[in-house]
Design a protein around this ligand. Structure first.
Ligand code: ADP
Length: 584
């Protein structure tokens, strides 16, 4: 903020007025002095004339000649003794001048001074009578000269006194200015936040008091600030620690879009090194495809009305390294509604999105899977119902077999779907009995034989000689073997072999199903046992629900404390296996 300089400040006006008063006083004093001097000079002239008058009166009784000689002598002596007396005249009582004596310095045209005419009085018969007159011209030149000189000295004295006064004021002001400047700099330091600034100059008592108060204030402010900064830092650190430990990504931007804080979760999600984006505008961030994924969204956010933002915080997703990240933007306002910037909360929704996609895919698959057997069943049963008598025995048998196959498929699928939630529930505890699992596998292989025969696939089952007794829920384990073997048949080409192997170690029984089918790419293996996951959605063409292996895993791992595994090579085949503990 600018301030205009006030040139006519109060102290300056005061100095000017005092100067004027002093100047006038000096003038008046000098004039008064010269008037007094001139008055003194007139008195002096009068007295000189009276003295001459007195001297003249003393010879009133003398003869005229004696008077003339005497008075001439008096006149000459007066002029001789007093250089200021220019002319001395004596006149008779009628005013007739009979003696005139002039100084050799007398110049009538240049004469300045006093002309005094004094009567010469004598007492005659107790009466005062005028016997004549004494007239003198007294020059005031030297008096004037003296007055002039004295005037100069007086003026000089005033001037010197005034100058001294001014110098004193000036020096005082200079000192005061210096002290004020130091005080000002100290205060400026405090205003700039440099608390603890100390001033060490010493001045007069009042200045020292002021400086002591300043130093006290500065010290107190410093202590206060230290305490305040300390607690603020603790608060800030706490807040930062909270933000940093949040599992969701958090990015805080100021009102110029620059990133001021980013927690490690956000750094991980955006795949950037720690601190690299600090101070960088968020719009400059590029995702793994080199796209400025935040730019448009931030601009859109800034164009939206605050009320709308508060009601519905803007949400958008970005994709970084095949991960899908949902971002929620919220503005930050101070209590006085000052806009500070915004905060972006990030959630990695890759899994959620995948599950959603898989769910959608599952619904579409299930609908398709249901529709096919139902249509086939309807057609076959319809035909059998309306034309059953006309069909030969063989055809009827074939129709019934197909219908049976489709019902089995349907039954299996419906069971799978229903069992998912049952097996997932934490409250469900499967009943188990120690059973030899070899016959169960054998039965499954037998029941699958029809399916295998269709593709001319040979299933070879190998097992140890002694029974493998394992605590299992028979029905659920049947489904596990069923799923593994039916998958192996499903994904095996015609005229290949499937090896089902049962083995036993000290602690567990192991069942593996190896096929020589299409195999599975490495990247799918980790997700294969996930709910709804199907390689078919992207690669394979065989239909299914994506629940089979999930049920295998849930049954084995959750309910039998076992382990599932898979190894596979594309084009060579896959091995799916389970390990079951021999005791609970
Ligand atoms: P689906 O109902 O699709 O068979 P599963 O959970 O049983 O569901 O299998 C999941 C996915 O695993 C299948 O979609 C398939 O791509 C893959 N898969 C399972 N078994 C095999 C196998 N023996 N050979 C190749 N791929 C297999």
């Amino acid at each position: 903020m600018k301030k205009t300089k006030n040139k006519l400040s109060l102290p300056r006006i005061a100095v000017a007025i005092i100067t004027l008063i002093v100047f006038c006083t000096a003038c008046i004093a000098v004039n008064l002095f010269s008037n007094i001097s001139l008055k003194n000079f007139s008195d002096y002239a009068q007295k000189t004339a009276e003295k001459l008058s007195y001297e003249a009166s003393s010879i009133i009784k003398a003869t005229q000649d004696e008077k003339t000689i005497f008075l001439e002598a008096v006149a000459s002596a007066s002029i001789h003794n007093n250089k200021n007396i220019m002319v001395v005249e004596f006149a008779d009582k009628n005013g007739q001048t009979f003696i005139t004596k002039k100084s050799r310095y007398y110049n009538p045209s240049a004469f300045t001074g006093v002309k005094v005419n004094t009567p010469v009085n004598v007492v005659n018969d107790d009466k005062l009578q005028t016997a004549g007159y004494v007239k003198i011209f007294v020059s005031n030149e030297s008096a004037l000269e003296q007055i002039h000189t004295q005037k100069i000295w007086l003026s000089l004295l005033f001037f010197v006194v005034w100058l001294t006064f001014l110098v004193v004021i000036f020096l005082y002001k200079l000192l005061l200015d210096r002290e004020l400047k130091i005080l000002y700099l100290g205060l400026k330091n405090i205003v700039d936040g440099k608390f603890g600034t100390k001033i060490t100059i010493s001045g007069n008592k009042q200045t020292n008091n002021l400086i002591n108060i300043f130093n006290d204030l500065s010290l107190k402010l410093q202590k206060y600030e230290e305490q305040n900064v300390g607690s603020l830092l603790i608060e800030r650190n706490k807040l930062e620690a909270i933000l940093m430990s949040i599992v969701n990504g958090v990015v805080v931007c100021d009102n110029a879009d620059n990133i001021v804080l980013m927690n490690s979760a956000a750094e991980k999600m955006l795949n950037v090194a720690t601190g690299v984006l600090n101070g960088v505008a968020i719009q400059c961030y590029t995702d793994s495809d080199g796209k400025y994924c935040f730019r448009d969204k931030i601009e859109e956010f800034k164009d939206t009305l605050v009320q709308d933002i508060t009601k519905n915080p803007p949400e958008f997703t970005i994709s970084v390294d095949n991960r899908i990240i949902r971002c929620i933007l919220s503005p930050i306002f101070m209590q006085n509604d000052e806009y500070l910037g915004y905060i972006i909360v990030m959630l990695d929704v890759t899994k959620e999105t995948e599950v959603n996609n898989m769910k959608n895919q599952f619904i579409s698959n299930v609908s398709h899977e249901l529709r096919t057997p139902v249509t086939v069943l309807r057609t076959y049963i319809d035909t059998l119902y309306s034309m059953g008598d006309e069909l030969d025995k063989e055809t009827r048998k074939e129709f019934t077999a197909t219908a049976n196959k489709e019902v089995t498929r349907l039954h299996r699928m419906v069971n799978d779907i229903l069992d998912v939630s049952r097996l997932e529930s934490p409250d469900v505890e499967l009943e188990k009995e120690i059973t030899d699992i070899a016959p169960i596998i054998e039965d499954t292989v037998t029941s699958m034989q029809v399916l295998a025969d269709e593709k001319d696939v040979k299933i070879v089952f190998t097992k140890p000689d002694e029974p493998v007794m394992v605590p299992i829920n028979v029905a659920n384990m049947e489904r596990v073997f069923n799923n593994l073997i039916s998958n192996a048949i499903k994904y095996s080409p015609e005229k290949t072999r499937i090896e089902v192997m049962l083995s036993k170690t000290e602690n567990y029984a192991e069942v593996s199903v190896t096929d020589h089918g299409c195999g599975i790419e490495e990247k799918h293996l980790a997700k294969l046992f996930d709910r709804f996951y199907r390689v078919e959605n992207s690669v394979h063409t065989v239909k299914g629900t994506g629940l089979g292996l999930y049920l295998v895993k849930t049954t084995v791992e959750k309910h039998h404390n076992g382990k599932v595994y898979v190894t596979s090579k594309v084009g060579e085949g896959s091995t799916f296996g389970i390990k079951l503990p021999l005791s609970l």
